[in-house]
Structure formats: structure tokens, C-alpha cells
Design a protein around this ligand. Sequence first.
Ligand code: SF4
Length: 276
Amino acid sequence: MNDRSPRKLYIETVGCQMNMLDSEMVVASLRRKGYELTDSTSDADTILFNTCSVREQAENKTYSALGRLRHEKKTHPQKIIGVMGCMAQKDQELIFKKAPFVDIVVGPGQLQQIPDLIEKARNEGGRHTALSLGRTDGALRDIKRSHETFDPLRDPTMRPTPFQAFLRIQIGCDKFCTYCIVPMTRGPEQGRDPLLIFDEAKILADQGCKEITLLGQTVNSYKHVAPDGKQTRLADLLYKLHGIDGLERIKFVTNYPKDMNYELLSAVRDLETIAR
Ligand code: SF4
């Protein structure tokens, strides 16, 4: 490859809509650095796996896919291989043990660092990690800060259709269902600022998007408290988004049964843009 030809990125995504959205953001940030997408690992000079830890099968699938790259990395050592997402946060150093040829391991709260980490791995070699703090690794404020999102970096061309988009309104989860790893990998529940959500929805609608799906692990427990103490819940957000020109349908997933309330049900009843 000469220095002027664009870098090629292969990215494989498993898991939930959060992961699909995360991959969209990562691709957007790498496109800004001149990357193009490829659907072949042999053609790529950067290979990323956006992983899921909810089922063992999904983890095994990623480790198998990594295993198939062992030879490729040996013959093309300049190729950068990265593991991102929930499995990266959960397994951390174990990934390097099982697949020592991996260059970067990045948790779901640190995805904004991926372009820099790739460059570092390419220029300096060695292994690089970026992970959030664990649930007991510090003060709650520091743990929350270590789980960042970089959602405004959208790339409309990454969506399967220009008319539909996911929009994250919440990160993390505090429910601790016995079978689920999400509260550990995506950190404490945090509602995003409603003003940022509104601006992002408006940009999407201006790009021609007709349907938005609001995402949260427990989306109906969404809560944001502004510095002046003003509280915004999901129902308030729906009333706000309902007025955006061009937006025809709004959905929200996934709901937590205990957090359903009359205000939200009334909003669904009263606003025709909210999908039944
Ligand atoms: S509410 Fe959902 S994301 Fe949270 S712990 Fe339970 S299953 Fe996992």
C-alpha cells in the first residue's frame, strides 16, 4: 500500500442495537481519518470486532474469528487487530492471553480512543488497552466518567437505511439481573442530556431520517437531572421529540417492567408519532 491510498477497515459486529450504534460511531470516527470499509479481512489493514458478552456462544464466535486471523497477522504483522465492546471490558488481559496477536482491547466506554490507539499500535507496536473503571474501582462519579459516549459523531452512510436511526439516550444499567453482564461492562446507569438528544434527533431528521429508535438498557427508567434541578423523564423527552419536523415515528427499547408509569403510557396514547 502506498501512503496515499486509503486505509481499509473491516469491522464485525455482534450483539444488541447498542453495539450496532457503537460500530456506526467508530466507523464515522475512522472515516474522518480517511478509512474506507472493506468486507474482507485479507484486504483490510485494520480489523475490529465489536463484541458481546451476554451469551457464551457470542464470545466463542469472536475467539474463533480471532483464531482464524492468527496466520494472517503472522504474514502481515502491520495489520492492526482490535477487540472492542463488552467482551473487551469483561475479559481485558485474557484476550491477549487467548489471542496474543491482538493489538488493541477497548471497552464500550472508551470507543472514542480507537483512532489514536490504532495509530499508536501501528507506529509504536505493542499492545494497547483502554477500559472503563469497574463498578467497585473508585468513586461513583469517577466510574461514571470513565464510561463515555461519543454519540454526536454520526455517519449517515453506516445506517442500513437512511430513513431509520438508533439514538442512544441512556448508557449503563443498575438493575443487576442475575444472568446479565451489562451493569459491569457498560457501567452505572446514566441518562444523556435531553438537549444533546434533541439536537441529535434534529440532525437525523434533517438528514432525511423518518424513524428514530431511542436506545437504553432500561429505556423507560431514563432520567436526567439538570444542574438547576430540572428533571427530565422519558415521557418528557417524547413530548419534546414529537415536535421535530420530518420525524414520523419514534420507538423506544428496551423497557423494564417495573419502571413503566402512567406519564409514559399517556404520552404513547396522546402522541401520534410514538409507535404503538
Ligand atoms: S435490566 Fe437488562 S441490561 Fe440491566 S441487568 Fe437486567 S438484563 Fe441486563
